[in-house]
Design a protein around this ligand. Sequence first.
Ligand SMILES: [Fe+2]
Length: 343
Amino acid sequence: MSLPQIDYVPGETAIQLQEAVRSRVAAGALGNTVLSRPEWQLPGPLRAALGTTVALPCPSRGYRMVRGLFGSLDAVGPTPAHWSQDAPRETAEFDVTLALVAETLGAVFGWADQQDGRLVHNILPSKGCEDMQIGASSVVPLAWHTEDGFHPERADFLLLACVRNPDGVGSRLASIRDVALDPADLARLREPSVTIEPDDSYGDHGAPRMPSHGMATVWDGPDGLCVRYDPSYTRFLTEEKEVIRSLERLGDAFEECGAVISMSPGDLLVIDNDVMVHGRVSFRPRYDGTDRWLKRVLVRAPRSRPESEAHEHGFGQERVFSSAAVRGAGTGARTGGSAHPAG
Ligand SMILES: [Fe+2]
């Protein structure tokens, strides 16, 4: 994969956005509430101006790096020790900017059982999670994965915004469109022979007690190959050795074609969750308030996925929308996934 192409937000647009953010924060908006009031959403001309830079990535590229959206980060306090220990007032301008920009791309949502149903997630290292396969890990690489691959209503686009990253800890990206795999491997991966269960950030919600849906690892979208992959939480529904080897070879192929991107404070990464898998290199956590700190927002902008996904139970995990996002989502929800106000 080639080095990241960075899109810079024009200065005048950034100034207008930051003024709009400051006025909403002054009126009491936080990242998790700003989408609950229609009057807090961005005006049409500013949305149009933003759209020239913060558009969805084209599938052939699969991601977009945007710089210049966020204002000063001086008021942001130390990196919390745990996602739940943040100070929403201190990061309000950053969080509100991220939520408002994400809303221009689709319906912003969270999960009822992940990070207390927040719409803006904290991604930072936490004690006790160092060697887990979740965003709070550190000393082990975070393996290639599709975000929330266990669920049929998973995000179409994943937004990561960098608050701080003093050690330049790298995020990893790889596109299914770049893998060199034997047609026989791809044919096996098109079969619904695995099931992906919720990751450990969701805790125990009875996944083993629910019937297993067969999930295809790759499928043909309208514009090319798409992927659903999370080997850390995958169970095989077959004992065919070649199927297992094909999934392993897919992992090897991601290693060969993937790239490492180091995000700097204020950078926004928009990732196509159907085309790209992502991960993170390992790092030694500091636990002194200066650790790498990203914010994450999930966006639904539905496109074609395998018909069989419409019958999946999603392990009972329910999505959470802001009330305004629900009104604006139109046909966003395709299956299950009750919508609850988050604000
Ligand atoms: Fe992830």
